[in-house]
Design a protein around this ligand. Sequence first.
Ligand code: MG
Ligand code: MG
Length: 273
Amino acid sequence: MWGLPFKKMVKSPAEIELIKESSLLVSKTLAELANHIKPGVTPLFLDKLAEEFIRDHGAVPGFKGYGDFPNTLCFSINSAVVHGIPNNTVVKEDDVLSIDCGTIMNEFYGDQAFTFAMAGVEMEVIKLLQVTRKSLSLGIEQAIVGKRVGDIGFAIQQYCEKEHGYGVVRELVGHGLGKSLHEDPEVPNYGRKGQGTKLLENMVLAIEPMINLGTRDVVSAQDGWTILTKDGKVSAHYEHDIVVKKEKAEILTDFEVIDQAIKKNNYLQEIVE
Ligand code: MG
Ligand code: MG
């Protein structure tokens, strides 16, 4: 018999449809931002653009006011891992921009992150982004009925840490998604095969590897929000919302619209897995 917590983690097809609508709006919002990223633009400008775009589509920003977070986007540049607060610093031609965005539509959250590379970013860092994005796909491959949360984390950790020598952030994890932004189960980007919560059909998970070029250690910035790499090296973050299925997870968010926008923007580099 399922305990109550398990029941809550499994969504109905109708609920999944609503989460999908919210998730796709986040993808479209990130694609809209990709149309406007260029040297000289400010995170705060992009934040306002995102908020308008979300509200114009009948939703509200999911992060604004969440735990007193002040903005629509978490905007984390270079050595910032996650939770950066958009400000008036200008974006430079060799910056790495990790943008995390959430929406609430019909009471359900969507949540997606993408790390953008400006045209001047060097190959060593592009490689980090490619590997991080690929690790997300490897994690999603494990999100099927019969596997456990630890299988997802193991796949991500193995690829990033063992195969590429990058730092896998331990302090921040993926999560269940629904009427709350962060639901059970927690989905760490590290773990052991066959360990942790059992994956059941129609669980909705946000899987989000946060991978550092250097060591895995992170510190909190003075602003109380931004998480930075301790060694000051670059970090990458990609996130999809997915539904656990029997054969293959269904991905609710969409990178394709973002990739298309990047292709048309000469100030940005494509990130292929
Ligand atoms: Mg997110
Ligand atoms: Mg998330």
